[in-house]
Write a protein that binds this ligand. Sequence first.
Ligand code: NDP
Ligand code: N5H
Length: 257
Amino acid sequence: MQGLMNNKTVVIMGVANNRSLAWGVAKSLHQQGANLIFTYRKERSYLKLQELLQEDGIKPLLCVSCDANDDESIEGAFQEMKEKVGVIHGLVHSIAFADKEDLKGGYLDTTREGYMLAQHSSAYSLVAIARAASPIMTEGGSIVTQSYIGAERVVKNYNVMGVAKAALEASVRYLAEDLGKYGIRVNTVSAGPIRTLSAKGVSGFNDIMSTIEEKAPLRRNVDQDEVGDATMFLLSNLSRGITGEVLHVDAGYHIMG
Ligand code: NDP
Ligand code: N5H
């Protein structure tokens, strides 16, 4: 089969279940012929991932445990990839975490611990991972992370995560500059709201989805497959001239006043 990702090996970080944005990316990449490596943190995610891979007939090159808040764990994961696979061409960072208590009420009440947790998990994790992954992107590469419009504007309840996503988007630009000389591109997809495990139980999610249906140019929400295809584009050679970019996959909502 002739695919856009033939002979490319891509690491996907952040599949928790079939609703995960990262799983949408995995399906798009598989359709285009990519070889896949997965990382997971919780045992529960690993078991889900095994089920999903079996259901969809996807044979990964490797599944490696990696806690994005732990430098040793990151080093170990990429060392294992280097030894077992050698070269990688792409990486999908689809990881974020904040304390539930910090995702409601006022941003003013964010604690130091809550701020640090969100920044570590959701923004610094990209920096640490890019540092570990880039040495094995010896044929050039593409790194893509997932952001949200709360990085650019105040979105009710997003709070500490909005500030973390702002840091993530700025990191994308600085990393794009650092890694560009090695032929490595760094971009982010800014996705519209999608019902995932992370989104479960957070305040105001349903209201935001209805607002998009009403106000977005396309008058609808987006899904994992659309985020998957756009992320695959950024990983593929079709986007070879693009780096440091924020690509909105949000039915056009971000252009509205
Ligand atoms: P999921 O809950 O499906 O995925 C979140 C993933 O983050 C899980 O796989 C979880 O792994 C992983 N994770 C959290 N902390 C760590 C850590 N320290 N180390 C390793 N993995 C970690 O939710 P989504 O697919 O929605 O989220 C993926 C990304 O998409 C996030 O960056 C999110 O902010 C972003 N996004 C989501 C939107 C949405 O509406 N859903 C909209 C815009 C952006 P584990 O459970 O194994 O710890
Ligand atoms: C404006 C909104 C709604 C309010 C804010 C939601 C923010 C969500 C992001 C973070 C990542 C959610 C989070 O950390 C939840 C955890 O505290 C609890 N959940 C878990 O531990 C589950 C089991 C695991 C799998 O989750 C993680 N993250 O590891 C934003 C929404 C309209 C859009 C949205 C949901 C954006 C986003 O960034 O995800």
